[in-house]
Design a protein around this ligand. Structure first.
Ligand code: PLP
Length: 450
């Protein structure tokens, strides 16, 4: 891309350091600047149209340009643009949203606690766990188990939970006391000749071995995404979650379901917890809670978690944790309206109706000479490219991504896997265009490589 002097791209390069970006590459190449969005489409500042095949960052469930969310924000802005929730203060939308989320929860939950991002929600969950263990007179019960390739955010604690090398490298993470057990990606991690059932058994055993090695009385909680997202869209094999949950129960270990991607319909149920029959003590929610029109996240906690924390706060005089914008009334009002849209338009029903087509078109791409595996559930999936001589792991994915962008489709390269997670409002003909473009891009890459 040629960057014109004083263009948005040039000013971006001059003044803006980006998240998750190679800063020197950005200085050289400039950014892709988006200007507006409508439905499943976004338009860049040159007027080029793209299918947003990733819903932004797995998040814009109701699509772009949804006026009901704009109006909900405007109404709340005029009435009470901000009020906090510290020191026994409250505001209407945060109360309504807390009630709504607790009532929507597919397992018994007692309270909602608000934060601004998925990272903060997970960070808060761990702080609550430490606080609770102290409250219960078990100060040794503090260790947390996460998984290789799990993604839980980027704050010091949540980045430690994340099981991806780039979130640790040069950051001096993970923090002590946070461990990573096996990733349930059968194709990638199975031993030679190992059946899926034997693989599941091994994953469970590796978790149990880790708990026993560390001492069960020192392990407080396990965190996992029902379906791993940023680790490459990894749907666990049948039997995985029952086996893992049985071990957590056996050793009295709390379970945090990170629903930041799966929550609000993505897997064909309102929550991934339903799709995989989970019994979490915590659910962390963000992204599709407001379709990312406003930054907001929430933790749902059950009574077993809440009661000791509440007692400890009474003993100390406060629960000394919370952020300025927790329960922000505008963000909460937008989240409420967004959830109302998801329910009224039965977007979960739309996921169920379109999932067979989405998954079968993705599976067809597995037959492409460049591909090795298609995986997914509901309206989330990924196609992994086969390793190729002359290319290091993680080199081909970005190449295909660039071809797709050229053709007007935004996906996400996770190593050599290309992820898809379109807005939940997508329709059948739009899905066809999305997959036609994906396929044509694969053909272009193949020509370039042959
Ligand atoms: N948890 C999961 C499963 C995520 O996918 C993400 C972000 O992609 C996070 C947590 C972190 O959320 P945030 O980027 O809002 O901090």
């Amino acid at each position: 891309m040629t960057v014109q002097p004083n263009s948005m791209e040039a000013r971006d390069k001059a003044y803006h350091m980006h998240s998750y970006t190679n800063a020197r590459a950005l200085e050289r190449d400039g950014a892709l600047v988006m200007e507006r969005g409508e439905g499943i489409y976004v338009y860049d500042n040159n007027g080029k149209k793209y299918i947003e095949g990733m819903s932004g960052l797995w998040s814009v469930a109701v699509g772009f340009g949804e006026n009901r969310l704009v109006e909900a924000a405007t109404r709340q802005m005029s009435k009470l643009p901000y009020y906090h929730t510290f020191t026994s203060r409250a505001n209407g939308p945060s109360i309504e949203l807390a009630e709504k989320l607790v009532q929507m929860a597919p397992v018994p939950m007692s309270k909602a606690f608000f934060t601004n991002s998925g990272s903060e929600a997970n960070d808060t969950a761990i702080k609550m766990i430490w606080y609770r263990s102290n409250a219960m007179g078990k100060p040794e019960k503090k260790k947390i188990i996460s998984r290789i390739k799990g993604y839980h955010g980027v704050t010091a604690v949540s980045a430690s939970l994340t099981g991806l090398p780039n979130n640790h490298r040069s950051f001096d993470l993970p923090l002590p006391g946070i461990f990573h057990t096996s990733c349930p990606h059968y194709r990638a991690f199975k031993l030679e000749g190992e059946s899926e059932a034997a693989f599941v058994e091994r994953c469970a055993k590796e978790l149990e071995d880790l708990i026993l090695r560390e001492g069960p009385e020192t392990v407080a909680a396990f965190i996992g995404e029902p379906v791993m997202g940023a680790g490459g869209v990894i749907v666990p094999p049948a039997g995985y979650w029952p086996a893992i949950q049985a071990i957590l129960k056996k050793y009295d270990i709390l379970f945090i379901a990170d629903e930041v991607i799966c929550g609000f319909g993505r897997t064909g149920n309102m929550f991934g917890t339903q799709t995989f029959d989970l019994q979490p003590d915590f659910m962390t929610l963000s992204k599709q809670i407001s379709s990312s029109y406003q930054p907001i996240s929430a933790l749902l906690i059950n009574e077993n978690v809440y009661a000791p924390i509440a007692d400890e706060s009474a003993k100390i005089g406060t629960f000394g944790h919370g952020v300025t914008a927790a329960g922000h009334p505008v963000a909460a009002a937008v989240a409420l309206e967004n959830i109302a849209i998801i329910e009224e338009r039965d977007l979960v029903g739309n996921v169920r109706a379109l999932a067979p087509k989405f998954q079968s078109r993705l599976k067809e791409l597995e037959g492409h000479p460049l591909a090795i595996e298609a995986r997914g559930i509901g309206l989330i999936g990924a196609l992994e490219l086969a390793p190729r001589e002359g290319f290091a792991t993680g080199q081909l994915g970005p190449k295909l991504f660039s071809i797709m962008v050229e053709k007007g489709l935004i996906s996400r390269a996770i190593g050599d896997s290309l992820a898809l997670c379109p807005p939940l409002i997508i329709n059948e003909s739009q899905l066809d265009v999305l997959f036609d473009t994906f396929e044509a891009s694969l053909d272009v890459l193949k020509k370039q490589l042959d």
